[in-house]
Design a protein around this ligand. Structure first.
Ligand SMILES: Nc1ncnc2c1ncn2[C@@H]1O[C@H](COP(=O)(O)OP(=O)(O)OP(=O)(O)O)[C@@H](O)[C@H]1O
Ligand SMILES: [Mg+2]
Length: 246
């Protein structure tokens, strides 16, 4: 039976400040099934990060519902099954990478020995073995991305949400990220990520959703996009055609 990992129904988000109102999402509805890799695409400012923040209950939609494995996004039962890698990480710069991750493990109630095992094995996969004792303030952008990804994986989440994970990663690290995401899928995990790297998305995603100006224009299986006997020979081609001005 198909299980829904993530479901959004009629989600609307309006940012309100003292002197401004910005309607960022309009009636957003879609589902992601358990075990899927779902790519969330859209031009800059389309509302991808806003959607992700709403899923994480970091901002509150003014309309609609969001559920994670059938549990409302605002509840602990939803959040404890999520791992999240933010678009821009803001860490405690005077902790080492290992101290930082152990701090998160503490918040997540993960026993120290298990956390250390997970951190060491992740660092080995992404080639950060020698960087565990380096202060975060001395990390390069790509190294930071890797720590951010390690943080998202710490609790062995059923639903991994990544906001532009490939940004700043070198080609080797991108390949590692790709294998890691596919491995997670093989373990039955669900991965939802935003990206502008359409060639990466094309290689690993089962389905994509395309957002423009806060509205979901399409959700489509990647294999159907590539099989279409139309002019779209690549996801990029399809994307550009969907988002082009009327
Ligand atoms: N805190 C905020 N207050 C007001 N407006 C905001 C706020 N955060 C985002 N916005 C606006 O909401 C819209 C969607 O922004 P969002 O960050 O979700 O886009 P995005 O699709 O993630 O873009 P990018 O690809 O550049 O990361 C933009 O017009 C942005 O200016
Ligand atoms: Mg964003």
């Amino acid at each position: 039976m198909v299980e829904t990992a993530l479901s959004l129904t009629g989600v609307g988000v309006t940012y309100k400040g003292k002197n401004y109102t910005k309607e960022a999402l309009f009636e957003l509805s879609f589902k992601v099934e358990r075990g899927e890799i779902f790519g969330f695409l859209g031009p800059n400012g389309a509302g991808k990060t806003t959607t992700i923040k709403a899923i994480l209950n970091l901002i509150y939609p003014n309309t609609g519902q969001i559920e994670i494995f059938g549990c409302p996004a605002s509840k602990v039962c939803a959040r404890k099954r999520i791992g999240y890698m933010p678009e821009i990480a803001n860490y405690y710069w005077y902790l080492t990478a290992k101290e930082l991750l152990l701090m998160y493990a503490g918040i997540l109630n993960i026993p120290k020995a298990l956390a250390l095992k997970r951190i060491d094995s992740f660092f080995e996969i992404v080639g950060l073995q020698d960087a565990g004792n380096v202060l975060m303030k001395n990390f390069s952008k790509g190294m930071m991305q890797k720590v951010s990804l390690a943080q998202a994986l710490l609790n062995d989440p059923d639903l991994l949400i990544l906001d532009e994970p490939a940004g700043g990663l070198d080609p080797v690290a991108r390949t590692q990220l790709r294998s890691l995401i596919l491995e997670l899928k093989n373990k039955g995990k669900t991965v939802f990520f935003s990206s502008h790297e359409l060639s990466e998305v094309e290689l690993i995603c089962d389905r994509v959703g395309i957002l423009k100006e806060g509205r979901l224009l399409k959700t489509e299986k990647v294999k159907d996009i590539l099989n279409q006997k139309t002019q779209h020979q690549s996801l990029e081609n399809y994307f550009l055609n969907i988002i082009k001005p009327e």
